[in-house]
Design a binder for this molecule. Structure first.
Ligand code: GTP
Ligand code: MG
Length: 200
């Protein structure tokens, strides 16, 4: 799919205030600093669209981006960020879970996983929660440019083995790098295939 336009629409914390749910939408979520905002910039060829940072906890709101005036990409705050207070973390979790449960046009959630780390409990539990609530998701492995060639061959299989202890089958998975652009065509092609399934 060709990206002709990518525009910031709005930021907020309330699903009721999000843009009208009249087109397909895809949300990016995962642990803080995993590369959600960077991936959105890579997909849209715009390094300044979503704000990124070397420090975790950068994205703190639900951010809507309109792509080709036809569908939405949503950048969400990361989960599991230890440095914010418990109260703030609970507030984040409440508005993110409300958004995920109530957003009627949400076609798919991309759960981002840092390809350098072995499966983390917090990610596995989050996927379990998505499953229990019937929210479709796929996996996106990030920062694959940081892997040595040997690690690169093994990490996906290792992750899959862990997933198959919980799930009957592996969800769709994408291997990406925001620095090299790897995985871009696959991800955009996947979204292009799902878009027509949207019913207003
Ligand atoms: P929060 O908004 O804080 O939850 O973080 P985020 O998941 O949006 O991460 P962000 O995109 O801000 O990236 C975090 C850091 O990882 C930044 O320093 C990025 O430059 C770096 N980064 C993100 N993706 C990649 C990648 O594919 N490769 C490499 N080498 N670095 C990456
Ligand atoms: Mg971010």
């Amino acid at each position: 799919m060709k990206i002709n336009s990518a525009e910031f629409v709005m930021s907020n914390t309330e699903v009721a205030k999000c843009p009208k749910a009249d087109r397909p939408e895809y949300a990016f979520i995962g642990r803080s600093n995993v590369g959600k905002s960077s991936l959105i910039n890579m997909l849209t060829n715009n390094s300044k669209l979503a704000k990124t940072s070397g420090k975790p906890g950068k994205t703190q709101l639900i951010n809507h981006f309109s792509i080709n005036n036809d569908w939405y990409l949503v950048d969400l705050p990361g989960y599991g960020y230890a440095k914010v207070s418990k109260k703030l973390r609970e507030k984040f979790e409440a508005f993110i879970s409300n958004y995920l449960l109530e957003r009627t046009n949400l076609m798919n959630v991309f759960v981002l996983i840092d390809s350098r780390h072995k499966p983390q409990q917090i990610d596995l539990e989050f996927m379990q929660w998505l499953g229990e609530n019937g929210i479709p998701f796929s996996l996106v492995f990030t920062k694959v440019d940081k892997l040595k060639s040997q690690e690169r061959k093994l990490f996906l299989k290792k992750y899959e083995n862990e997933m198959l202890k919980i799930w009957a089958e592996m969800p769709p998975a994408f291997v990406t790098s925001a620095t090299s652009g790897e995985g871009k065509d696959e991800l955009l092609g996947y979204i292009e295939d799902i878009n027509p399934m949207f019913q207003a």
